[in-house]
Design a protein around this ligand. Structure first.
Ligand SMILES: Cc1cc2nc3c(=O)[nH]c(=O)nc-3n(C[C@H](O)[C@H](O)[C@H](O)COP(=O)(O)OP(=O)(O)OC[C@H]3O[C@@H](n4cnc5c(N)ncnc54)[C@H](O)[C@@H]3O)c2cc1C
Length: 393
């Protein structure tokens, strides 16, 4: 159990005035669910490197899976700010919980909704929205992470089916998944997406053990050994790297919001602790060095909140660029990991204990700063956007 309950969100610049009543209601209901369902279980799950039982179905019940997917396919038809607020509250609980919702929403439901056939949407989206079906997203490979365009996974047209071979690595929810949206190259070397189902022969998902980060999330490989994929499982409406990259844009946007939640959890815990813990005859929050930390945390959280809100508005208007999303993901994850590390120090020795969230958030954020484009890769994206010169290769 978290030592301090999740109460309010710091709102130093009265950002709530810019939200609708619906936004605030959604945020509160997810916060209440995190408080009652996630917080009592999360430390045990992370300590024991296991997932939270029934997480996906519970996320489905509160509408956290594909919230912006149209209602006719089982989503809630909400706007992008609602999606962001949901991610923020989930990651206040744990990055593993937000990752589960991010992958299902942005990396599995999003591509099926954007690029799938009508039959695929009707077959998969409602079950993914309810959490009865768990999805995974296969882009990264053992030899190709930041450079997914060089992927080796490939498929051949065998007349009535495709034959898929290759392997994906570091895949969130691989060991649990019922389906995986897998990106591979066709015979012309062009990237396309396939929906691979658990029952297909030759498809295995070995788990990756011994992670020190995102320990309440299952990670694994997707291995394809002559897997026969029916032709109707090809995503028909996208070819090329823009398919997976558009999914990543949606997920990175959610991460930008999500990590604010992790930072807030650390900030609120450190603030309260600093007022209660006394040394040299007074609360440690009365020392200038601790106040500097707390004041800087709140400043950085406030900047990140404002960045996300404007990005959400741009996204609602279909104006957000991939480079803007990169900037927000990079800035906000660094903000959160710095706050997790620094706030742990405010708790002294207690900061390393499981009843406080800092070590767990800090360790989780080591993955978040790497996945969905590393910290350095997002810098290169911004650099390319402002100079017009590609510094990747
Ligand atoms: C817990 C976890 C869950 C994940 N879940 C998923 C998932 O569900 N699906 C999925 O497809 N992937 C997933 N990933 C993979 C993740 O997206 C990759 O780890 C990430 O893209 C980086 O790839 P890499 O690990 O191969 O590192 P590399 O690409 O090998 O990078 C190593 C280092 O080199 C740097 N680097 C690379 N290229 C350049 C360059 N041009 N210039 C300067 N520096 C460079 C990087 O910034 C990094 O610091 C997950 C990863 C983790 C840790």
């Amino acid at each position: 159990m978290s030592y301090y309950p999740l109460t309010t969100l710091p709102d130093y610049f009265l950002m709530d005035e810019l939200l609708t009543d619906e936004h605030k209601l959604i945020r509160q209901s997810v916060r209440d669910w995190v408080e009652s369902f996630v917080m009592p279980k999360i430390d045990d799950a992370a300590q024991n490197h296991t997932d939270i039982p029934n997480l996906m179905k519970e996320l489905g019940k509160i509408g956290a899976l594909g919230p912006y997917i149209p209602e006719e396919y089982g989503g809630s038809g909400l706007d992008q700010i609602s999606y962001g607020l949901i991610m923020q509250e989930l990651e206040r609980g744990d990055s593993a919980v937000r990752s589960a919702a991010s992958v299902q929403s942005s990396l599995v439901m999003f591509p099926i909704n954007e690029f799938g056939s009508e039959e695929q949407k009707r077959k998969f989206l409602p079950q993914l929205a309810s959490g009865e079906m768990i999805g995974a997203f296969g882009l990264t490979e053992p030899n190709h992470g930041s450079d997914p365009g060089s992927m080796e996974t490939h498929f051949e047209d065998k007349g009535d089916h495709y034959l898929l071979n290759g392997a994906k690595m570091w895949i969130t929810n691989a060991p649990l998944c019922d389906i995986a949206v897998v990106w591979g190259k066709n015979e012309e070397g062009k990237i396309q997406g396939l929906i691979v189902e658990r029952a297909f022969e030759g498809f295995t998902t070995p788990e990756t053990h011994n992670k020190w980060s995102l320990r309440a999330s299952k990670t694994g490989e997707l291995v394809f050994n002559n897997v026969k994929v029916p032709k109707e499982n090809l995503l028909p409406n996208v070819t090329g790297l823009k398919g997976p990259l558009s999914c990543l844009n949606s997920a990175r946007y959610g991460i930008s919001w999500g990590v604010i939640g992790a930072a807030v959890d650390c900030y609120c815990t450190a603030l309260q602790y600093s007022k209660e813990r006394k040394q040299f005859g007074k609360p440690i929050g009365g020392f200038q060095l601790q106040q500097k930390k707390l004041a800087e945390f709140l400043t950085e959280i406030t900047k990140a909140q404002l960045l996300c809100l404007q990005l959400g508005r741009l996204k609602n208007d279909h104006k957000a660029t991939p480079a803007q999303i990169s900037m927000a993901k990079r800035n906000n994850v660094k903000m959160a990991i710095d706050i997790a590390r620094e706030s742990r120090q405010i708790l002294g020795g207690m900061g390393i204990m499981g009843e406080f969230p800092m070590m767990r958030h800090a360790a989780n954020l080591e993955s978040v700063i790497t996945y969905e484009g590393t910290h350095d890769v997002h810098l290169l994206i911004t650099g390319m956007d402002i100079t017009g010169i590609n510094a990747f290769g």
